[in-house]
Design a protein around this ligand. Sequence first.
Ligand code: FEO
Length: 432
Amino acid sequence: MTSAGPTVFHPDRAPHGPVPVAERVTWIGALDPDLRSFDIILKTANGTTYNSYLVRGSAGVAVIDTVKQEFTTDFLTKLEAVARYDEITTLVLNHLEPDHTGAVPELLRRAPHAHIYVSPRGLQVLRALLKDRFDDYTVTTVTTGDTVSLGDRTLKILTTPYVHWPDTQCTYLEEQNLLFTCDLLGCHYCDGRLFNDRVGDFRFSFEYYFDHIMRPFKRYVAEALDMIEPLEIDMIAPGHGPVLRTHPRDYITHYRRLITKRLARETGTQKTLLIFYVSAYGATAQMAGAIHDGAAESEDVRVSLFDLEGGDVAPFIDLIEEADGLAFGTPTINGDAVRIVWDMLSSLVDIDTKGKLGAAFGSYGWTGEAVGMVEARMQGLKMRVPERGLKIRMHPTGDELEECRDFGRRLAAHLAGRPMEREIDLSALLGS
Ligand code: FEO
């Protein structure tokens, strides 16, 4: 009888030395199986890996990315097993975040003649990383189409910014159809078996990583995929997680699916407005209903109304990501908005909200700060907030409900691209 083996991390099988990835290409990265949160906010049930690769050509040796600083000794030990420092002609830095550049200063101390290649945006971060030693090294900025020759091996650069930092790029080893992607197409999953056809099931980690790192940058992921998809690809070597050597294109296809809108056909050309509210005594609910009714008069806008008291935040994030406009209704309680509204607003950091229409409203008893606080948060998320938030003291009167309906009409008009003329309320401007 055989017992089922562990599925997450195999310390017995963990590579203590470099691992051949392809002909002339060697993994010289580090395993971090005990990490349980990355960048503070990301859970890592399986730890992670910091993948660095060494490429040997007939006229030079390249290192592609390095590792987090605390793994420098581990990284250099692996490197020394496959190359001498004086052989290293090239250091390609696809992304300058510290988990990939922590070992750069020490590597350059030992291989000072290595020619560094970074994206133009990466240059300023490299300067900050190397401080007063920056001028000791040779640095070239590279963009799409630039090549670095290692003799019989060629590294071709693809500039793929904002996946997920401004500096990010990919590097393509032309002769072997091997693409080094750094964070793109990676995941936080540590398994010493390294290759996607050998490690445990990491699909959840691949999607979780996408959701929290790449999702806010979908438009840039799309541009990166546009560049990558035409390439012949036999292997994808990311900066974290398994090396994708079996069916690598499936992972590109999956990214394409993850960035594709689901509701485009359902809503046709209509704009979408989602109204979320919570209500303590029913007053904010009345406002929400009236705003809904006013906005729904427009045939150009599909309006949806949700009581957050009856819902969790997470299921709404997909809807919000694809919506054109959001309105949040909250009473003011103890000088603040209600917690579930904050939970939802803080969750929006995982998606791209730039340019969406935002609006706030709510009933209040004494001070009514919540509406302004929600507006400020939406502006912080780079949403446009064209209408001043609507506050009504206690329950709305018939006239005030009409004011709410008009607020809804205005929001719909903004979404339809036909903003309504606005009557200036001088008493409101004077704060009376
Ligand atoms: Fe893996 Fe953006 O660093």
